[in-house]
Design a protein around this ligand. Structure first.
Ligand SMILES: NC(=O)c1ccc[n+]([C@@H]2O[C@H](COP(=O)([O-])OP(=O)(O)OC[C@H]3O[C@@H](n4cnc5c(N)ncnc54)[C@H](OP(=O)(O)O)[C@@H]3O)[C@@H](O)[C@H]2O)c1
Length: 323
């Protein structure tokens, strides 16, 4: 941790801000949202921006970052920018070109963090979700360790300061960690994590290997139609979170974010309006008690909002493992 408690050290010596700004939005609004909300997030204090090729808005985020550098709000080195390697570029020879494409869109010389988006190699091509005639995703037979070696080369080339993974289960992480000749360990595993899916076992595993867990959908996800089961309960309406929020004169959203930071998890927050985005910076203004933390731990109920049903059947589908 840095003295202000707003950054943690990664296993390669770089620092990551513990609160990040999420930039995923459904494709029809992704570009517009990125242009409108990213500069605002930087204005109110967000310094960690979570992007991905698959979100199809890196160009707009690049414009937003540039504009905030141009008006003197931040310098490049103040911003921690993540991008993600999409699954159709897992063949080793496709990795660096994919990163260079993201860098061009983001108008950056390097990203602070480049991560494999899912452990699911897919058939290369322009389509993000290549499907067969039965609507099943077409897997590509790439060993994840070969993709990892290509990421290591991107770090050596200075195109990514740090490298990591996302949506990996502990066995897939072990596969990378046990790879003969491993040069760099993943610095992080970005996974869904919130009070209803607190990832205790995966978090303990990651901590034991000095890998930071980065929580996405920490506020219960955007409940995007077709991707999230609408019958799952709404996290931010949970009575336990609401009672704790009331006690601290904060909101359930802030309690859900603060919970992650206090258990050593880096947390992402999406906001679809400026009020939420500004509010979420208040996560540094209060502290949950050990009793609050215990009560929130008690909400764990294995509810996965982003279960990526489309990926079921892929030989590396990550969510069939317990953790
Ligand atoms: N690696 C991966 O596979 C993966 C997958 C999913 C997400 N992510 C990343 O994680 C980021 C965050 O996850 P997410 O997009 O699922 O959303 P989230 O952070 O769980 O947020 C969900 C929703 O919470 C609401 N909200 C935000 N702040 C609030 C507040 N202060 N009070 C009340 N409601 C509030 C917003 O809803 P409204 O719509 O009502 O404003 C927001 O859309 C993404 O944007 C993306 O960058 C990564």
């Amino acid at each position: 941790m840095d003295p202000k408690g707003q950054k943690v050290k990664l296993n390669d010596g770089h620092f990551i801000p513990v609160l990040g700004f999420g930039t995923y939005a459904p494709p029809e609004v992704a570009k517009r949202d990125a242009l409108e909300f990213t500069p605002f997030a930087i204005d109110v204090g967000f310094r960690h921006i979570d992007c991905a090729h698959a979100y199809q808005n890196e160009e707009q985020i690049g414009q937003a970052i540039r504009s905030k550098i141009a008006d003197g709000t931040v310098k490049r080195e103040d911003i921690f920018c993540t991008s993600k390697l999409w699954c159709t570029s897992f063949r080793p020879e496709l990795v660096q070109p994919a990163l260079e494409k993201s860098l061009k869109s983001l108008q950056l010389d390097y990203v602070d963090l480049y991560i494999m988006h899912y452990p699911l190699a897919l058939k290369p091509g322009e389509e993000l979700y290549p499907k067969d005639e039965n609507g099943k995703l077409i897997a590509d037979s790439v060993d994840l360790c070969r993709t990892w070696e290509a990421l290591e080369k991107c770090k050596d080339a200075g195109l990514a300061k740090s490298i990591g993974v996302s949506n990996f289960n502990h066995k897939q992480l072990e596969k990378i960690l046990n790879k003969p000749g491993l040069k760099y360990k993943p610095v992080c595993n970005q996974v869904e994590c919130h009070p209803y899916l607190n990832q205790r076992k995966l978090l303990d595993f990651c901590k034991s290997h000095d890998i930071v867990l980065v929580a996405y959908s920490a506020l219960g996800s955007q409940r995007v139609k077709g991707w999230v089961n609408p019958n799952h309960p709404v996290l931010l309406e949970d009575p336990v979170l609401s009672a704790i929020a009331q006690k601290h004169k904060k909101t359930a959203a802030l309690v859900a974010l603060r919970y992650q930071i206090q258990r050593g998890v880096v947390v992402l927050a999406k906001g679809n309006n400026k009020k939420w985005i500004k509010e979420n910076m208040q996560v540094f203004d209060f502290e949950l008690t050990p009793e609050d933390m215990k009560a929130i731990d008690g909400l764990d109920s294995n509810i996965r909002y982003c279960d990526f049903q489309l990926g079921i059947g892929h030989p590396e589908f990550p969510f069939s493992e317990e953790y």
